[in-house]
Design a protein around this ligand. Structure first.
Ligand code: SAM
Length: 229
């Protein structure tokens, strides 16, 4: 029999025992719908979606020991680089109906898939088809958010996250920033690139609490957990 148990400290995160291994999962906010081919598990009247660390960097970060977990039911999240909604959908499960995910994606083609796969089934995901370099253009973000999550593989990815945080993050709010070292400088050691971006965050007034490498799930990527002072 499949066993499902809630994480001891992280609300909205579950562990499913399958094939002798514990795998992360979230409770499906749109039962019956698999967003990216992930396995659905029914257990005691609820449905859970396995969270694939090779498809979602946040799951990889959790499996690699990320301690900071600024997510919970009711949280408001500004998500930059939504793509087709793989990670957005799990964040949507966690923040649940009392929370909201503002999902920013610049590509119209990709955003169409986000709408079809995710937005159509989830009322707590609000799509914003815009360039995250222009946060002043977002029409739909109301009030401040608790978390800015950024996963944009651009050279100025850290600056983009900082400018969005300055505009929309509440004082003392959290940031989770994925750093793709190769998008910033292919000539430097990835570790040195990450250090440089962490320094950039610190000099912009963020307290950085953790840096977690995402190997083996994603090569030359790290996630940085920070808080706006
Ligand atoms: C690495 S993918 C994100 C994957 C996604 N976070 C997930 O885990 O499911 C990066 C996405 O950022 C988008 N992107 C790149 N530059 C952007 C920008 N300036 N503004 C908004 N989105 C951008 C790309 O179109 C792409 O869909």
């Amino acid at each position: 029999m499949t066993r499902v148990k809630p994480d001891d400290v992280r609300p909205g995160l579950y562990w499913v025992e399958l094939g002798g291994r514990e795998q992360p999962a979230t409770k499906n906010l749109s039962p019956g719908i698999s967003v990216y081919g992930e396995q659905l598990i029914s257990h005691e009247g609820a449905e859970y979606r396995l969270w694939d660390p090779y498809r979602s960097k946040l799951a990889g970060a959790i499996l690699n020991g990320l301690k900071g977990y600024p997510l919970a039911p009711g949280r408001r999240v500004l998500y930059l680089g939504a793509s087709t909604g793989t990670t957005v959908s799990h964040v949507s499960d966690i923040v649940d109906v009392a929370g909201v995910v503002f999902a920013v994606e610049v590509s119209h083609r990709v955003a169409r898939e986000l709408l079809e796969r995710v937005v159509k089934y989830r009322r707590n995901v609000i799509p914003i088809v815009e360039d995250a370099r222009r946060p002043e253009r977002y029409g739909f973000v109301y009030g401040k958010v608790d978390l800015v999550y950024s996963d944009i593989a651009q050279q100025d990815q850290t600056e983009i996250a900082i400018s969005n945080a300055r505009k929309y993050l509440k004082p003392g709010g959290d940031m989770l920033l994925i750093i793709k070292a190769r998008s910033i400088d292919v000539t430097k050691e990835p570790g040195d690139v990450v250090k440089g971006e962490v320094d950039r965050l610190r000099s912009s007034g963020f307290n950085v609490s953790e840096v977690v490498d995402l190997a083996p799930y994603d090569k030359d990527h790290a996630i940085v957990s920070a808080r706006m002072a």
